[in-house]
Design a protein around this ligand. Structure first.
Ligand code: IMP
Length: 430
């Protein structure tokens, strides 16, 4: 089983970083295939916290090749700082490959992201403000600038001038903002280009060859499937292909190269930004989960909206990803609640359905139908074996697994690498 995709099954922040870190300890290659620095993956090793926005989490594991492929959008300033930050902590990132086909997040993307959001007022998406949507929009409109163009100064200058001729008209005429200066951007981005040029490579060939040679590959998804541009709760989504299928789209390999899909879900639900959230708890329990789970954004610091586990939504996302196993995260956060709830169906205008609607506007009318289970009071953050969990916590995990129809492979009981309870280690082996 040489290749695994790790993908989020909710609205992001499922702690995929921890799972990727765990499975990539045995990997040869770790591949980041979608999104940009709107993602934030945290890994805690021996109490030391590492936050990643663009680099694959696997970059920490010596001997692992880290690859940022075509489907990713890169803010080269952020990537340069991440590289500098890791180097200053003693990690020398040598085995990194960056696709020349990945698109560059430019200053006008960040500015337009902010201005577009402001102009939407109450109808804003609640983006991370990192320029992600405008960058992907330029990619699809075939006016974006790729990494392979950034690192060739004359080409970059000419592509930048062409882009700014249009963007400055939009900035000044539509939004009344100031025009951006071509020389300033050219100088700033040329410095980033020098920092990353040595890593640029033909990543489709590198990943395909690794797969052909039977190397162990982990594909690291960013965000969660409910934020996928096609399968998520549009328009309150991000702009990339978040699903396991995105690993093919964004990398340049075919679906037969993927052997297994691990879906990552929290034991409850969180969401950042605007958009539908049927099991949201705007009460004391929601606050309890937020504080215990430290549910504040890795990227923006925004408080996350919290609610009960939504098995209707996760059954749908497990389906669109063909998830073979679930990594159930943050079970420890639910300790101390008298009862815990799982949404097992939606009631819409008096009728009950177990299916997640493809038209997300229907979510507005969905009332969760809950299964209420007894809670547990013990601190479980020190538990390392499934059998040592309190009976009610075990029942909760088993209920979730049955509701989804997918086996739970691991349960996480804290942020540390070691705070992991294996249930089906065979499903995580690469
Ligand atoms: P964008 O990706 O910055 O355009 O934001 C679009 C939506 O996706 C917003 O609601 C963001 O809060 C959300 N989002 C994007 N990336 C993440 C993530 O990694 N975790 C959680 N929410 C995210």
């Amino acid at each position: 089983m040489p290749s695994i995709v790790v993908v989020g099954l909710q609205w992001g922040d499922e702690a995929k970083g921890k799972v990727v870190d765990y499975v990539s300890q045995d990997a040869d290659v770790v591949v980041r295939y979608n999104g940009g620095n709107n993602a934030g993956h945290t890994v805690v090793i021996d109490g030391e916290v590492f936050k990643f926005h663009t680099l694959p989490v696997g970059a920490l594991n010596p001997g692992v090749m880290s690859v940022i492929t075509d489907g990713v959008v890169i803010d080269p300033g952020v990537l340069s700082s991440e590289l500098d930050g890791l180097e200053s902590r003693g990690f020398h990132i040598e085995n990194l490959k960056i696709s020349g086909c990945a698109h560059v997040i430019m200053p006008y993307h960040k500015l337009l992201d902010k201005l577009e959001e402001e102009s939407k007022g109450e109808k804003k998406i609640g983006t991370t403000g990192r320029g992600i949507g405008p960058c992907y929009a330029d990619k699809v409109s075939r006016v974006g600038i790729r990494i392979s163009e950034l690192v060739v100064p004359e080409l970059f200058r000419s592509r930048l001038e062409d882009a700014l001729a249009v963007k400055n008209r939009i900035l000044t005429s539509v939004y009344g903002a100031e025009a951006l200066d071509v020389d300033q951007i050219f100088d700033e981005y040329s410095a980033y280009a020098c920092r990353i040029a040595g890593y640029v490579a033909d990543t489709a060939h590198i990943v395909s060859d690794a797969a052909r040679l039977g190397k162990k590959i982990v594909f690291e998804g960013a965000h969660g499937t409910l934020l996928d541009i096609d399968h998520g709760t549009y328009p309150y989504v991000t702009s990339s292909h978040v699903t396991a299928g995105g690993a093919c789209i964004g990398t340049g390999i075919g679906p037969t190269q993927i052997d297994r899909v691990i879906g990552v879900a929290k034991s409850y639900t969180t969401r950042v930004g605007e958009g539908w959230f049927p099991t949201e708890l705007c009460d004391e329990t929601g606050n309890y989960i937020r504080e215990r789970g430290k549910e504040y954004g890795t990227t923006t610091g925004r408080p996350r909206r919290c609610g009960w586990f939504d098995a209707v939504a996760v059954k749908f996302t497990a389906m669109v990803n063909s998830a073979d196993a679930i990594a159930l995260i943050s079970l420890d956060v639910l300790s101390g609640l008298e009862t815990v709830r799982v949404c097992k169906a939606y009631e819409i205008d008096g009728s009950v359905t177990p299916l997640f609607p493809s038209n997300p506007y229907i979510l507005e009318k969905c009332r969760p139908v809950y299964e209420e289970l007894p809670g547990w009071s013990d601190d479980i953050s020190g538990v390392r074996k499934f059998d040592d969990l309190p009976e009610n916590a075990k029942n909760y995990v088993e209920y979730v697994s049955q509701a989804l129809g997918v086996p739970v492979a691991l349960v996480s009981v804290g942020r540390g690498r070691e705070q992991t309870v294996m249930v089906r280690p065979d499903l995580l082996q690469i």
